[in-house]
Design a binder for this molecule. Structure first.
Ligand code: UD1
Length: 417
């Protein structure tokens, strides 16, 4: 298994470009199942999760061609309506094929995603909404089976804001008869990006990006060509990297309006963030003070940046209270950060972080994608060597992270084993 080895203590400087967003690419690639026509997407990141979803699409009958960062997909015929456990178990987002398969073929059988490191993460809201649209749902042998003689538009209320739930049902509803209204829909930019793709295919969706999305069903969809939005979590991670090392960097290919919650918090902590030609400049040269954080659905502070922000707060000046409200078990990075000398106490869903003067490098273990990013950030500022094990977690969501960080002057390398 690969390791990432970091010698801490270098201030970052220079320019880095963010890749396309993983969480936009996954549903958008899946949306190609809704049409037999060719779909072309640009700025598709080359990540393990993206390869997993293309393997799943190929298994269902899609023809896929990659040309640089562009991907063309066509699925003239759905050859299989089943997503097997082998493919779904490594990535929960595979559940996204459920809506499109049912909408296009009237039937789908998808393995239920298991529990995962950051909490139970059920898919009950996806299933209830599909039932509301007229699908019969059966849970058997660890699989969910959905069948319908034709989906029918209706009003759907999501008990909790769910990102992939909103995307799954939006994709099902575009081919339903009549109008569907999604209430308490997720407002994430990735949902908007998916709606733009679907509208490009000929769907009629209004209100994506707000909590009420109205979808007027159409009979069929056509080809589309669209770009994946920049990865706001990757951008945010590099912003925090500049702050934690006391460096100053330019980040290109980013959409600052997608990062307002993080920008406000970093500014509160003393980090300077300014727009510049082609991106933003982030400077942590004046040091970092503590700030309190509560994770929330968009436009609140993203849970996908909580671990990285906690790494920053471990060396902030003062005490920071970090509250995780989206997932119930998303503090696995805490023990590893403490092994590097961080002072953190956990009280239910709150972490109380007292800034220390210096972290110490240590061998640490990645437990999930964003937790591993937080350990890399801690390693950048720690004294001595940090060795991060189980790097496959980080490869799921960060494109060439060691290359991008060493381009900014970090002493970081991958050791292949
Ligand atoms: C997506 C993102 C993930 C991010 C998360 C929250 C993708 C591929 N992944 O995950 O990176 O951390 O949004 O921003 O886009 N819930 C239920 N029942 C359901 C669905 C969700 O109870 O049927 C709960 C979850 O357990 C969680 C909360 O709702 O507590 C939000 O989860 P959700 O928005 O669905 O996360 P994902 O879409 O899985």
């Amino acid at each position: 298994m690969d390791k990432i080895v970091i010698q801490g203590g270098r201030r970052l400087a220079g320019t880095v470009a963010a890749s396309g967003a993983k969480n936009a690419a996954l549903p958008i690639l899946v949306s190609s199942l809704l049409t037999g026509a060719q779909c072309t997407f640009h700025d598709v990141p080359d990540l393990v999760d993206v390869r997993t979803i293309t393997r799943l699409l190929a298994d269902l009958g899609s023809h896929i061609e990659r040309n640089g960062t562009s991907l063309s997909i066509s699925t003239p015929v759905i050859e299989k309506q089943e997503a097997s456990y082998d493919l779904v178990k490594t990535m929960r987002a595979s559940i996204l094929v459920l809506g499109p398969l049912v909408a296009r073929t009237g039937r789908a059988r998808v393995s239920l995603p298991g529990g995962c490191a950051i909490g139970a993460r059920p898919v009950n809201l996806h299933l209830k909404a599909l039932q509301d649209l007229g699908a019969e749902i059966d849970l058997r042998d660890g699989y969910v089976e959905a069948v319908t003689k034709g989906l029918k538009g209706t009003d759907i209320y999501f008990d909790t804001s769910t990102v992939t739930g909103t995307e799954n049902i939006m994709m099902a509803a575009v081919l339903a008869r009549g109008t569907t209204v999604l209430k308490n829909a997720a407002r994430e930019p990735e949902v908007e990006n998916l709606a733009a793709v679907l509208n490009g295919m000929g769907a009629k969706i209004r209100g994506a990006g707000t909590d009420e999305i109205v979808i007027q069903g159409v009979q069929s969809l056509d080809s589309v060509e669209e770009r994946i939005i920049p990865d706001r979590v990757e951008v945010g991670t590099y912003m925090i990297a500049a702050a934690i090392t006391g460096g100053e960097i330019i980040i290109e290919n980013c959409e600052p309006t997608h990062l307002e919650a993080l920008t406000a918090k970093l500014r509160e902590a003393g980090v300077a963030i300014e727009p510049c030609v082609g991106g933003i400049t982030v400077s942590g040269v004046n040091g970092v003070s503590s700030a309190d954080i509560t994770t929330l659905p968009y436009p609140g502070f993203p849970t996908d940046l909580q671990a990285q922000m906690m790494a920053l707060m471990t060396v902030g000046n003062g005490i920071s209270v970090i509250r995780e409200t989206v997932f119930e078990n998303r503090f696995m990075h805490v023990n590893e950060l403490m092994r590097m000398g961080a002072d953190i106490a956990i009280d239910g869903n709150r972490a109380i972080v007292r800034g220390v003067r210096q972290l110490q490098g240590a061998p640490v273990m990645a437990t999930d994608l964003r937790a591993s990013a937080s350990l890399v950030l801690a390693g950048l500022v720690a004294e001595g060597t940090t060795e991060l094990d189980r790097v496959y977690h980080i490869d799921r969501g960060y494109e060439r992270i060691e290359e991008k960080l060493s381009g900014l002057g970090a002493d970081i390398r991958r050791v292949r084993e």
